[in-house]
Ligand binder design. Sequence first.
Ligand SMILES: Cc1cc2nc3c(=O)[nH]c(=O)nc-3n(C[C@H](O)[C@H](O)[C@H](O)COP(=O)(O)OP(=O)(O)OC[C@H]3O[C@@H](n4cnc5c(N)ncnc54)[C@H](O)[C@@H]3O)c2cc1C
Length: 479
Amino acid sequence: MSGTRAARIEAPLNDGTIPASRVPVVAEADVVVVGGGPGGFAAALRAARAGARTILIERFDMPGGVHTSGLQGAAGEGVGGIHTELMERFAAKGFIYVATENDLPGWAGNPLSHYERNMKPGSPFRRASFNPEGAGCEMALMLAEAGVDCMYATAFVEAIVEAQAGRDNKIAAVVVHDAEGLRAVRGKIFIDGTGTAELAARAGAPVGSGGGGQPAGADWDGVERPIPGGLLWIMSGVDFAQTARHQESARDPTLSRLIAEASAAGDIPPGLYRPRMKGGNVYGEAYIGHPTLDFSPMLREGTFVVWQNVPYEWALRMDESAGDASRARGELRGFIEAEARFLRKYAPGFSAATLMDVGRFVGVRDGRHPVGEHVFSLADAREGREFRDAISKPMTKTFFWDGPRKHRFQVPFRCFLPKNVENLLLTGASLSFEYETIFMVMRNFPWCAQTGEIAGFAAARCVERGVSPKEFEWRETYF
Ligand SMILES: Cc1cc2nc3c(=O)[nH]c(=O)nc-3n(C[C@H](O)[C@H](O)[C@H](O)COP(=O)(O)OP(=O)(O)OC[C@H]3O[C@@H](n4cnc5c(N)ncnc54)[C@H](O)[C@@H]3O)c2cc1C
């Protein structure tokens, strides 16, 4: 463990489920954050900067979650607070790469583009990405500067929960697994930054599974599945101008002809390129393999991030089923190898391309939904509700459930407070919201960083005042 603040504690930990002798309590802090994605990172940083002794537990070797370990380096305008600071620090270190129509003339409107495919061909665009490895280093540095005790290569496995008469339960400690085996970390306030509400679920908060219905009028087979997760990978050495010339001259914008040729030669494994569902449902447009190969420029010229999404028809719940998680990891890695091989062999512009990197994990887009003291709902958005405990000024968003209609709404602090657990705050993709609202704001990187910052701020205030998050009165907007 880095840092010096986490003192060894000899007091036994024994709730009867794990022998105390096997789980020494090795650290304690005011605020213990589990998971260091945008939510957990910002929470730990904000809590430590506010003076709370803070520990961050992260299973990988750097913070940033989907956006670093998962290679999803999409960068954008800062939305304020820590998110803006991140964008500025990444830029200052030279970690942001910007592609425009000058670098990639055939990119806007190209069906292979993840973000720009719906643009008018030839139109100007600006696609900014950050280098995930560089960004992870910078985020780790920020945590170290703020004095956060970071436990990397450490997986959270269980919550030790105490019952309290007449009140919600309390997390006493979390059990983690690291190079020394099972150990425990005690805390006053805990923050769930796992991206899948794993801490909330293990601590006994009610949770729902990902997935649900579809907007009215969507072409949908009636099966409720979570929005598929994805494994991102990087290919470099691509001569995209050559690819674009081929798409045009061969009239093969989606490379379907090349895929058919490769299939006939036995070079495409079953399942790699699947038909997509059509219409305005949440699976069809963005989250399957073909016809969009899903590329985005990143890092430097000729380097692209490529999406390998879980086939939606597999309906995997990677956050709840070990078998699903293992299947996703194994099969998607196989697809990546096959796709890279196909591109190099068949697609003009790829003959010198190299498979550079594969994300450390398959990102979960739609995991558990914890039930908080307030569950942000479709009705909250549609009716433009405002709340006395709103965390920000009203936001204006559209989302496909309601077509182009704009919604102006607020999110209350109660969405950070899971039911049944007194000393736990939620962040990021683990906030309490209905599946239907998932694309409004609830899971994008800037928002996850903002919610983390709010949770860290609230946790530090609770410690200072000696109250639990449930007792904390949220009165002013933060953003
Ligand atoms: C494939 C994919 C593409 C996406 N594309 C975009 C995009 O283009 N733009 C955008 O804004 N958003 C995008 N998102 C959404 C966004 O990335 C996530 O919603 C956001 O990262 C969630 O932040 P988080 O901090 O809640 O969780 P995460 O980013 O998931 O981070 C969770 C962290 O917790 C750690 N962790 C989890 N469990 C444990 C454990 N048991 N022990 C220790 N550590 C643990 C993980 O290692 C990880 O570091 C995408 C998501 C996915 C999956």
